[in-house]
Ligand binder design. Structure first.
Ligand code: IMP
Length: 422
């Protein structure tokens, strides 16, 4: 069976931490979509680690880590990630396997991303500019380069043809993008050299065999459900299916082989980049969430927009993914608020609705809130569920009732140890 771990909001829910905490229960951790636009943060023994492409099980001795076919890999960023792990005693070559079917992000994909965003002006998506969109475009356009291509001697020819085409496309955007392709290509080739030191596998076959041996597999999602290319707040989304179905296509896992679906959400909401965000706060409360929660993008360093929990959107994510267990992150950040607000409905075209409509952009949707009592207690040193303050228990009970799914973990800080099981 394969369990899934998915972000239910606009990303940055804390997937890295939870995968790291749960890895002891699994034999294999597999990433199934996205690329280095993700920044999965793990904290233990006083050190903070940020992973972009490498699965968050890498620090555990017994877990095998797979980068699945649905992922897009930038060899340059990948090399940097591996270099950062050098100081740890990790046998990367035997613990990290790469799908031959994963697509490669070329330097020109990154340039195309920048050209496309610049050309959009104010309507820009707020992309991380890692080349994600253009790489998935080449994948679905059947022009892409895959990791498996690197095992054939003609890969450089293929690369050149694609890069030349991209250069012509950059010209089409008619924007001022400065770059030195030669320099970028040197970096790219160095990255490829590093990538080639790892084992390339047919990851679906590997997973079939692992399942036949009853191995426990955890599929690690990246970004969040509201950034899903189909079900997110299009066009302000990423270019992959971040929802449960993405794990099936991104690893080759049949739907019937999916076990638990673990959904992660923050006790409030954040979003980085552009796009609608009905519960966004522009006041002192939002500023407090950002400051206390240290809400800055792990990949880009951009400040994250903050707001109250949007239960309408969260219910939608629970339904789309078939979530069986919930994990609430950053509960500690809400300590000190006298009142906690939860958006339980929207006012939409003069009506009160409880589902996510087609267009949730600013003027269409007014969030309607239910207010709950806050708590003052510092949660960061707590270790057991029976230590949680009554008002937080009421908040949890309210959410469980609304979502009809149990909240099994409450996270009260970034460290592995700041994790409370219920
Ligand atoms: P892209 O996937 O880098 O092109 O970015 C598209 C949108 O998704 C932008 O709004 C990004 O800020 C957002 N995004 C992409 N990856 C992440 C992530 O890992 N966490 C949060 N937001 C993300």
């Amino acid at each position: 069976m394969v369990d899934l771990l998915l972000g239910l909001q606009w990303g940055d829910e804390g997937k890295g931490k939870i995968v790291d905490v749960l890895t002891k229960n699994y034999d294999i951790i597999a990433r199934f979509q996205g690329g280095p636009n993700a920044g999965h943060t793990l904290e233990f023994d006083g050190i903070k680690h940020v992973l972009h492409t490498i699965p968050s099980g890498i620090f555990h001795e017994n877990a095998m880590n797979i980068v699945g076919n649905g992922v897009v890999i930038d060899p340059v960023i990948f090399k940097k990630e591996l270099d950062n792990l050098d100081k740890f005693d990790i046998d990367i070559a035997s613990k990290l396997l790469i799908s031959r079917k994963a697509h490669l992000i070329l330097p020109t994909h990154r340039l195309l991303d920048a050209a496309s965003e610049t050309s959009k002006g104010k309507a820009k998506i707020g992309s991380t500019l890692k080349g994600i969109g253009p790489t998935y475009m080449d994948k679905t356009g059947r022009n892409g380069m895959r990791v498996g291509d690197l095992e054939f001697s003609n890969w450089k020819k293929k690369y050149r043809a694609l890069a030349n085409k991209h250069e012509a496309m950059i010209g089409f955007y008619n924007v001022d993008i400065q770059y030195d392709l030669k320099e970028l290509e040197e970096e790219f080739l160095e990255g490829i050299k590093t990538l080639k030191k790892l084992q390339f596998i047919d990851s679906e076959q590997y997973i079939f065999s692992a399942m036949a041996e009853d191995k426990k597999i955890l599929a690690e999602g990246a970004q969040g459900s509201l950034l899903d290319i189909d079900f997110g707040t299009y066009p302000y989304v990423t270019s992959s299916n971040t929802t449960a179905a993405g794990a099936c296509t991104g690893l080759g896992v049949a739907p019937g082989k999916i076990g638990k679906v673990l959904g992660i959400f923050k006790a409030y909401t954040t979003r980085v980049g552009s796009g609608p965000f009905p519960t966004e706060l522009f006041d002192k409360d939002g500023e407090t969430m950002g400051r206390v929660g240290n809400e800055f993008g792990a990949t880009t360093g951009r400040p994250r927009r903050c707001g109250w929990l949007d239960l309408v959107a969260l219910k939608y994510a629970v339904q789309i993914n078939g979530v069986t267990e919930l994990m609430m992150m950053k509960a500690d950040v809400l300590s000190g608020f006298e009142t906690i607000k939860v958006c339980t409905a929207y006012q939409y075209n003069g009506k009160t609705i409880q589902h996510l409509p087609y267009n949730i952009e600013g003027e269409n949707v007014i969030p309607l809130y239910t207010e709950l009592k806050g708590w003052a207690k510092d949660l960061t040193k707590l270790t057991k569920a029976d230590q949680l303050p009554p008002a937080l228990n009421d908040y949890i009970a309210f959410l469980e009732k609304e979502l009809n799914v149990p909240i099994k973990i409450v996270s009260v800080g970034p460290d592995r140890l700041q994790t409370i099981y219920r």
